[in-house]
Design a protein around this ligand. Structure first.
Ligand code: KG4
Ligand code: ZN
Length: 364
């Protein structure tokens, strides 16, 4: 069984070809490619849907050709065509889904409409050769740019919502705070970079809704917004004091710049710590409540090394096994969609080519 999948839910165009082995449940990734549009959207500080869909249209055919040639197969040898059908940007989803549907019709093969969040949710099991890619019961934390969710996974397709964000997703909060700080888009990796070496205890930032299974990150974002002018003012005071010193004792530009860098670095570290603290506490509480032995994490924010470290350590401390996808599988990609499609196809799941994409497609 060979599946070709397209992922175009947001600003990454992804194409992957995955072959399931006959006789066991293992799989082999024949090709996976992602064309990032970060450069096209960066100057707007966020994603422009019109630009995203146009770029998908330009990139997808090229990626398809490249994937088929690096997998060394013809498209007629593919057994099923899959695409992300939601949630995401309607005009972006439509591009990948239309191409997959066209290929499915053209080659008279099944079409599989895959939920983007299920792609993330299953990604920690990708390439898990030891257990032959079987999905095991677990509590799953999905942390992406648009979603923050805790899911109790009983089995493939058997999911129960534990909690979700009531306002901003964790990734969204990271992106917005990075923008406030004048950092580049996407903000998550920038915050992580600036947090490195910073003091995570310097700024006392709120941890919201700790007694709930849901999340809220908008209060934390607002706390940073209110803190920022005070920090800027106090670093300006420091700056003018140092300038006065400089005039009397020589060049102190280096120390001025480093004082400003320290503040940003400490603020990023404190903010990142507040996000991670909440994510870890709630995930562990859910794992205890649902009595699972395994905790998984997925989605773009799970690239964050500090989150991986802290959640991993908390799992060891509390006696849970911990699984996270490799970083390249955490941000949007088509391999996770192909993987979800392959697993789903084994349960005889198939979609109609008349099925519309759904920007608000729910997982549970
Ligand atoms: O899963 P994803 O690629 O796209 C969505 O489905 O939304 O997640 C994108 C999010 C963005 O908010 C981005 O800032 C965040 O993942 N992100 C990170 C890191 N890399 C990406 N957040 C924290 N640390 C990172 N290293
Ligand atoms: Zn995603």
């Amino acid at each position: 069984m060979t599946v070709l999948a397209l992922e175009t839910s947001c600003d990454e165009t992804g194409v992957a070809i995955l072959r399931g082995r006959n006789g066991d449940s293992r799989s082999e990734l024949l090709a996976s490619d992602v064309a990032s549009q970060i450069a096209a959207h960066e100057k707007y500080g966020g994603i422009v849907p019109e630009i995203a869909s146009r770029n998908h249209l330009i990139c997808a055919p090229r990626l398809l050709d490249r994937a088929a040639s690096s997998a060394n197969i013809g498209l007629s040898e593919v057994d099923a065509f899959a695409a992300t059908s939601g949630p995401g940007l309607a005009s972006s989803l439509m591009i990948g889904a239309s191409i997959a549907k066209g290929l499915a019709i053209g080659f008279a093969k099944p079409y599989l409409a895959i939920n983007h969040l299920e792609g993330h949710l299953l990604s920690p099991f990708f390439g898990d050769v030891e257990n032959g890619n079987q999905i095991r019961q677990n509590v799953s934390l999905i942390v992406s740019g648009g979603h923050t969710m805790l899911i109790f996974v009983r089995d493939l397709g058997d999911y129960q919502l534990i909690g979700r964000t009531v306002d901003d997703a964790a990734g969204e909060a990271l992106d917005k705070v990075a923008k406030m700080l004048g950092l580049r888009y996407p903000g998550g990796p920038e915050i992580e970079k600036h947090a490195c070496g910073g003091d995570p205890t310097r700024f006392d930032l709120p941890r919201s809704m700790l007694d709930s299974e849901n999340f809220s990150f908008s209060g934390l974002k607002t706390a940073v917004r209110y803190l920022l002018p005070k920090i800027v003012i106090s670093s300006e005071v420091k700056r003018s004091r140092e300038t006065a010193m400089k005039n009397s004792v020589g060049n102190a530009t280096g120390s001025l710049d480093s004082a400003r860098d320290d503040v940003i670095s400490d603020l990023c570290a404190s903010f990142q710590e507040a996000v991670i603290d909440v994510l870890v506490r709630k995930t562990i509480a859910a794992a205890q409540k649902y009595r699972v032995s395994l905790v998984t994490v997925s989605g773009g924010v799970s690239c964050n090394q500090e989150l991986r470290k802290q959640l991993g350590e908390a799992c060891v401390r509390e006696g849970f096994e911990f699984k996270n996808a490799e970083p390249w599988l955490c941000t949007d990609n088509a391999a996770m969609i192909a993987f979800a499609a392959l697993l789903r196809s084994r349960t005889r799941f198939e979609s109609k080519v008349t099925e519309e994409v759904d920007p608000n497609l729910a997982l549970v």
